[in-house]
Design a protein around this ligand. Structure first.
Ligand code: CIR
Length: 256
């Protein structure tokens, strides 16, 4: 949660051609660009230095940079995204990451989307989903454990609003996990203090602790109140256009 840098990539003009299960209409690209700019300013306000990569129209979902890598203080792993249309995003971001990190790599037949990986201090939850398969999850777990992390595999059912594990789960500090009801009964979360997002506010379960603040999507007052009640300082951001493409706050940056 203590970060000094982030890598971001603005949405490309063909952002609306990306993959989505959400039934919220097509995103407005100029508005998405404005929301992305506000997101970048918020990260800077939290003390981060940003590296902004150029928009990549070869991959309409490429603004969701989080899916291409898993970066912890101890290891950096280039993923192999689980949807055919997104696989090339890993190669596209590799030079920017290889300049900073000695990269490990997920190999075929493994697939991993970074959105399925939730760091909680030294412990890491690895979601097994329609994007992250067992081979990918196990390869990643090995890299993480070799670097000193503990890991837990969390198999879950993809569904509307739950594309990735982190669509419904965030670690905000200490033993606190923000979580949707659909995930809360999984044994991997036994012993953790679960902050369950109120019904109707499931989208707000994707929030991001960045230094002293917790970035939260705008428009979910009960979740903001829940966070405040536990001592956190929420920073709401408009995510309307990214939500239309199944994206959340965490997906828009790689933080380290
Ligand atoms: C996709 O379906 O892959 C994109 N439209 C959304 C990816 C969101 N990424 C994330 O939650 N980490």
């Amino acid at each position: 949660m203590n970060f000094s840098h982030a890598i971001v990539r603005p949405p490309a003009p063909n952002f609306a051609d990306g993959i989505t299960m959400a039934d919220l209409g097509a995103p407005d690209v100029p508005r998405a660009l404005a929301e992305h700019a506000a997101y970048c300013r918020a990260l800077e306000q939290c003390g981060l230095t940003l590296t902004a990569l150029p928009a990549d129209a070869a991959h309409p979902d490429s603004t969701f940079v989080e899916d291409t890598a898993v970066i912890t203080p101890h290891v950096a792993v280039l993923t192999r995204p689980g949807h055919q249309s997104r696989m090339g995003e890993a190669a596209a971001i590799e030079p920017a990451l290889a300049a900073r990190f000695a990269l490990k790599q997920i190999e075929a037949p493994g697939t991993v989307d970074g959105g399925d990986i939730c760091e909680a201090g030294t412990h890491v939850f690895i979601g097994l989903s329609e994007r992250t398969n067992e081979s990918g999850g196990r390869q990643l777990a090995r890299y993480l454990e070799e670097a000193g992390h503990t890991t837990a595999l969390v198999r879950f059912e993809t569904g509307p609003g739950l594309l990735h594990l982190k669509s419904g789960l965030s670690w905000v500090g200490g033993r606190h996990l923000v979580i949707v009801d659909a995930l809360a009964a999984h044994p991997a979360f036994t012993g953790w203090h679960l902050l369950r997002v109120p019904a109707g506010e499931e989208y707000a379960a994707n929030c991001v602790r960045v230094n002293d603040r917790v970035l939260v999507p705008m428009g979910f007052p009960k979740t903001e109140a829940l966070l405040r009640a536990h001592g956190y300082d929420p920073l709401p951001l408009d995510m309307s256009e990214f939500r239309k493409m199944d994206g959340g706050l965490s997906c828009l940056s790689l933080r380290f």
